[in-house]
Design a protein around this ligand. Structure first.
Ligand code: 4AD
Ligand code: MG
Length: 429
C-alpha cells in the first residue's frame, strides 16, 4: 500500500496515482449502488467513490459521519468533485466508528457552544483557528525582529491594574485572597529597566458582567512596554505590528478568508500610518450623529461603532479625559484634563482592539494620581519603587488577540475567535 498523504498533497498528484489518505468522514451518501465518502483532514477534503466491485464497498456503506478512516484507491479527474479530483475507492479502514454525530446543520449557537469539543471540527472553526495561528505567529515574528524580548509574567497577582470591579478572586494556598491578572502591564514596566523593549502574550482575566459580542472573561492579551519613548513612539509600534499581522494573514490564509466569506478590501487597506482622531473631535462627530454623549463620558461599543463609519482602516482615538482612563496614564502636560493615551479601533464596526499610552514616570505625580483615584498607595509599593530607581519615560499597550482575530476573520461574535471561549455564562467544555 502507498504512504499516507495529506489530502492537499494527494489532490496535486496526477490522475492514475495510487493514494492513501486518512482523516474523518465529512459527508456520507449512497447514489444507486455507489457509496460516496468525503474525507476531511487538517489540509482539506477529498471524495472517495466505492462501487460494488471495490473490496471496501460494504464498509464504505456502513461508515458514519465523523468516523476516523484510512482510505486508498486511484486518483482520477472529476470536475464535480471538491478539488477537481476524487479517489476511485479501493480500501477503507475504519479506525474509530463514530456514534450518531449530535451536530446537525440547523444547530443553534447555544447548542454548538455546549458541544464545542465537537463543533471545533467544523470547516468554519478550522479556518478561524488556522488564521488565529498565523496571527500569533506574525505577532511573535514582528516583535522578535524589532528588538523586543519576550517575557513571562505571573497570573496570580495581589492588586488591580485595571480597577477593582472586574477582578477574579482566588483562594490561595496560604488561605489569603489573590486575584487573576487583568493585565501584565506593571510587570512589563519592571522589566524595561533591564531589557528596554519587552512583550508578552498571555491570558488576562476580567469578571465582565456585560454579555457583549466582544467580551470574554478570559482573553489572550499581547502587551508591550518600551523604555525611552512616549505616546508617539508607541503608536508607531502599534500600527507597524497590526499591519504586519494583517499582511501575513493575507499572504497565508487566502483560502480560509474565502471560506469565511471575508471581504478582503478593508484588510488590504491596513498599512501605516493609521489616521488619528482626538477624543474631543470624536465627541463632536458623535453628537453630530445624534448620539447622546458629552465630553467626559467613556465611549462604549455603540459610540465606537458609529466612529468606525468615518474610517476605512484602523484608527487611533487619543486624548481621553483623565476620568475615563486608569490611574497610571500620564496627563498631558499642556492640557492636564486629558491623558497621553490612545485606543486603536478596528474599522467595519469592530471598535477597540488596543488600549495604551504613555506612563507616569515621576514618583510624586504617580502618588498624587493614585490618591486622586481613591486608591491606596501601599497597594502599589513595588510599582512606585520603579519610579524611585532610575525612572525613565516609557509607554506601552495591550492588544486583545481575540478581538483582533474576530475583526480580521470578519466574525460577528468574539466566541468564534477562540476554540473554548470563557464568558459570563460559560466555562464548559
Ligand atoms: O484597554 P485595556 O483594559 O488595557 C489594559 O489592560 C492595559 N493595562 C494594557 C497595557 O497597556 N499593557 O485592555 C487592552 C485590550 C483592549 O483594547 C481589548 O482589545 C482587550 O484588551 N480586552 C478584552 N478582550 C476580550 N474580552 C475582554 N473582556 C477584554 N478586555 C480587554
Ligand atoms: Mg481599553
Amino acid at each position: 500500500s502507498t504512504a499516507v498523504k495529506p489530502i492537499r498533497e494527494a489532490l496535486r498528484l496526477p490522475a492514475g496515482s495510487q493514494v492513501t489518505v486518512r482523516g474523518w468522514v465529512y459527508r456520507r451518501r449512497d447514489l444507486g449502488d455507489k457509496a460516496f465518502v468525503v474525507v476531511r483532514d487538517s489540509t482539506g477534503i477529498i471524495q472517495a467513490v466505492f462501487t460494488p466491485e471495490s473490496p471496501g464497498h460494504a464498509l464504505a456503506r456502513k461508515v458514519t459521519v465523523e468516523s476516523s478512516v484510512i482510505v486508498g484507491g486511484a486518483l482520477r479527474e472529476d470536475p464535480r468533485a471538491p478539488g477537481g479530483k476524487e479517489i476511485a475507492g479501493r480500501n477503507i479502514e475504519i479506525v474509530g466508528l463514530a456514534e450518531n454525530f449530535p451536530i446537525r446543520r440547523d444547530a443553534s449557537r447555544e447548542f454548538l457552544l455546549e458541544v464545542r469539543h465537537l463543533a471545533v471540527r467544523s470547516r468554519k472553526m478550522t479556518a478561524v483557528l488556522k488564521l488565529r495561528s498565523t496571527v500569533f505567529e506574525a505577532l511573535h515574528e514582528w516583535f522578535r525582529s524589532n528588538g523586543f524580548y519576550e517575557v513571562h509574567c505571573p497570573m496570580f497577582i495581589s492588586a488591580a491594574v485595571e480597577g477593582g470591579a472586574t477582578l477574579f478572586p482566588v483562594k490561595y494556598v496560604d488561605g489569603s485572597t489573590v486575584y487573576l491578572t487583568q493585565s501584565s502591564q506593571f510587570y512589563l514596566e519592571a522589566l524595561i529597566y533591564s531589557l528596554e523593549k519587552v512583550y508578552t502574550v498571555a491570558p488576562s482575566f476580567r469578571a465582565e458582567k456585560s454579555r457583549t459580542r466582544r467580551h470574554l472573561t478570559e482573553f489572550w492579551h499581547a502587551e508591550a512596554e518600551v523604555a525611552w519613548t512616549g505616546l508617539e513612539g508607541i503608536l508607531k509600534v502599534e500600527e507597524e505590528l497590526v499591519s504586519h499581522i494583517v499582511r501575513r494573514v493575507l499572504e497565508k490564509n487566502r483560502e480560509e478568508l474565502e471560506l469565511l466569506g471575508r471581504n478582503l478590501e478593508p484588510l488590504k487597506n491596513v498599512e501605516p500610518p493609521f489616521p488619528r482622531i482626538s477624543y474631543d473631535k470624536a465627541i463632536e462627530i458623535l453628537q453630530g450623529k445624534g448620539l447622546n454623549v458629552k465630553w467626559g463620558d467613556d465611549l462604549g461599543a455603540d459610540e465606537e461603532r458609529a466612529l468606525t463609519e468615518e474610517f476605512d482602516k484602523p484608527f487611533f482615538l487619543y486624548g481621553f479625559p483623565v476620568g475615563v482612563k486608569a490611574f497610571y496614564h500620564k496627563n498631558d502636560p499642556s492640557r492636564p484634563e486629558v491623558t497621553l493615551s490612545a485606543d486603536l479601533l478596528a474599522p467595519e464596526g469592530y471598535g477597540e482592539i488596543i488600549g495604551g499610552g504613555e506612563r507616569i514616570e515621576k514618583l510624586e505625580e504617580l502618588l498624587d494620581k493614585i490618591k486622586q483615584f481613591g486608591l491606596n498607595p501601599s497597594d502599589y509599593e513595588w510599582y512606585l519603587d520603579l519610579r524611585r530607581y532610575g525612572t525613565v519615560p516609557h509607554a506601552g499597550f495591550g492588544l486583545g488577540m481575540d478581538r483582533l482575530v474576530t475583526w480580521i476573520a470578519g466574525l460577528d461574535h468574539i466566541v468564534d475567535s477562540i476554540p473554548f471561549p470563557r464568558t459570563v455564562t460559560r466555562t464548559y467544555p
